[in-house]
Design a protein around this ligand. Structure first.
Ligand code: URA
Length: 213
């Protein structure tokens, strides 16, 4: 999805040089946009692959995320926006991926993510992993919050689940992860219904929510 304001905002994001992460990135990864008033998945920051390709979640964890979405009838970009709190790849001195610091999260999230969310106006935000969750609820421990939904100060429902990279390292949680995605879909459909949009299940391989938005 692209509208003028969002396109203009994205143009500003991709030339941002407001913090030191401009030195560790190859390019800014602004995120990909699905329908407005829809579903938005939020991760922490681009890694090596995302930095090379300019799109969030394109490595192994992205593949798992795409599979999880496909299992519940959703597709990146067509049905779902995917954003990171931090738009540039943070690296260690050895040029390896690293977790963004709290100040990087706060700075980039407040500078860009909030503006993207204001324009996208999602009905449901899904944070994947503890870092993205921490940006929205600083005191939250992901282990206590996973699999549940919360009301944010911004009036948007938030559903919390694990980062796909964590599931790749802890494959025993795969069943729980499937349940989270099923529950997230149920919540999303309920929210759509509350907004007067009816969800009709399509035949399995063609499932998509796009027609109902
Ligand atoms: N992990 C994230 O949190 N975001 C990405 O885009 C890739 C990996």
């Amino acid at each position: 999805m692209s509208d003028d304001e969002l396109a203009k905002l994205t143009e500003k994001i991709i030339i941002c040089e407001s913090c030191h992460l401009k030195d560790s990135r190859t390019q800014v990864v602004p995120g990909i946009y699905g329908p407005k008033n829809g579903l938005c998945i939020i991760g922490e920051a681009p890694g090596y692959n995302e930095d090379k390709q300019g799109e969030p979640f394109v490595g192994r964890s992205g593949k798992l995320l795409d599979n999880m979405l496909s299992d519940i009838g959703l597709e990146r970009r067509k049905d779902v926006s995917i954003l990171n709190v931090v738009k540039c790849r943070p690296t260690t001195e050895k040029k390896e991926n690293r977790t963004p610091t709290n100040s990087e999260l706060k700075f980039c999230g407040e500078k860009w993510l909030f503006k993207q969310l204001k324009l996208l106006s999602p009905k449901l935000i899904v944070t994947v992993g503890s870092i993205a969750l921490r940006f929205f609820i600083p005191s939250a421990a992901v282990t206590k919050y996973v699999g549940k939904s919360y009301d944010t100060d911004h009036g948007i429902k938030l559903f919390v689940t694990y980062h796909p990279a964590y599931i790749l390292r802890n494959y025993n949680l795969m069943e729980v992860y499937n349940e989270h995605f099923e529950d997230m879909k149920k919540l999303y459909v309920t929210i759509l219904n509350q907004n007067g949009i009816t969800f009709k299940e399509k035949p399995s391989e063609q499932k998509s929510l796009t027609d109902f938005l």
